[in-house]
Design a protein around this ligand. Structure first.
Ligand code: SF4
Length: 268
C-alpha cells in the first residue's frame, strides 16, 4: 500500500532523507515525535533570545545587556513548550544549560555588532511551489547589506564544520537563497552561517551554479521520496546518526520492530 506523501520539503527534511530514509519516514509521514535533547533545546533558546533582540529593540538598543535579558525570557518560554515536556532537568543541569546558552549569546556579539545590522525580518517562514514539490523553510534572519542587497543569516549552535566541509554545511542556506529568489524575485547578495560556538562566520555568495545545483538536488530528493512512498520502501541506513536517533524501537537495523508503528498520521 502506498504511503501518503509529505506536504513539503525543508532543508532539514532533505538532510534527514539523505542520511536515513527510514528516519525521514518516521518523522515526516508517521509523525513519530522525536525525544527532546539538551543540545536542541539550548539551540532553540539561543535562537529565541536573538530573535527577540532583533524583533523588539531599536538598533541603538541592541546591547549585550538587552540580549541577556531576552535570554532570561527565552529559557522558561522554551522549557515550558509541550514539545520539551520529556526533558528532565535537575537544578545543576538547568544552570549549566543557561550558562552555556549565555556563552553562545555573548559569542554572537563577537561576530557582529547587532546595532549595525539592518534587519528586514526574523524567523521568516517562506514557502514556494516548484511543480509537485512545495519547498518550505524558516530563515533565522534576513538583512540588508550596505549596498541594499539581501543577506540570509542562519545561526548555528553546534560545532562548526572542519575545513573542507564548509560548503556542504552551507547547503541548507543555499536552499533559503533559492526560496528568496523564487518568492521575492531577488537573489540574496550573501548567505552566512553564524557559528556561535567557536565563534566563526562562514559565508558565501549564491551563484547560478549553486542555486541550480540545489534545485536539481532537491528535485531529485523529492522524486526519491515520491518513489519511496509509492513503494512503501524507506530503508534504514545505519550510521553515525543512529546515536542521536529516537526511533530505535521501530528500526529493524538496530533491533526494533516496524510493525509496532501506530497508524500513519496526516503528513507534514
Ligand atoms: S536508528 Fe539509525 S538506521 Fe535506524 S532509523 Fe534511526 S538513523 Fe535510521
Amino acid at each position: 500500500m502506498a504511503l501518503p506523501r509529505p506536504a513539503s520539503l525543508s532543508p532539514t527534511k532533505v538532510t534527514t532523507f539523505k542520511d536515513c530514509a527510514l528516519a525521514f519516514r518516521l518523522s515526516n509521514i508517521d509523525r513519530i515525535p522525536e525525544a527532546s535533547t539538551l543540545a536542541a533545546v539550548k539551540g532553540t533558546i539561543v535562537h529565541r533570545a536573538l530573535q527577540l533582540l532583533f524583533a523588539e529593540e531599536d538598533p541603538a538598543d541592541r546591547t549585550l545587556g538587552a540580549a541577556l535579558a531576552r535570554l532570561e525570557r527565552a529559557v522558561p518560554e522554551v522549557l515550558s513548550d509541550a514539545e520539551n515536556a520529556d526533558l528532565e532537568l535537575d537544578e545543576g543541569s538547568l544552570a549549566a544549560l543557561v550558562a552555556d546558552a549565555e556563552v553562545l549569546v555573548r559569542h554572537a556579539f563577537e561576530l557582529e555588532d547587532p546595532r549595525g545590522v539592518r534587519v528586514i525580518g526574523t524567523e521568516l517562514r517562506l514557502s514556494v511551489q516548484l511543480g509537485s514539490l512545495r519547498l518550505t523553510g524558516i530563515i533565522d534572519r534576513l538583512d540588508l547589506d550596505e549596498d541594499g542587497g539581501l543577506v540570509v543569516t542562519d545561526y548555528k549552535t553546534g560545532r562548526a564544520p572542519s575545513t573542507g566541509y564548509e560548503q556542504a554545511r552551507l547547503a541548507g542556506v543555499h536552499f533559503y537563497a533559492l526560496l528568496c529568489e523564487e518568492l521575492l524575485g531577488v537573489r540574496p547578495a550573501r548567505i552566512q552561517l553564524l557559528h556561535l560556538r567557536e565563534p566563526v562566520v562562514i559565508s558565501t555568495v549564491p551563484t547560478d551554479q549553486s542555486l541550480e545545483a540545489w534545485r536539481r538536488q532537491t528535485t531529485a530528493v523529492w522524486s526519491a521520496v515520491e518513489r519511496a512512498c509509492d513503494n512503501e520502501d524507506f530503508r534504514p541506513r545505519p550510521g553515525r546518526m543512529c546515536g542521536y536517533c529516537s526511533y530505535h524501537p521501530y528500526c529493524p537495523a538496530v533491533g526494533g520492530d516496524l510493525s509496532l508503528l501506530p497508524r500513519v498520521a496526516v503528513p507534514a
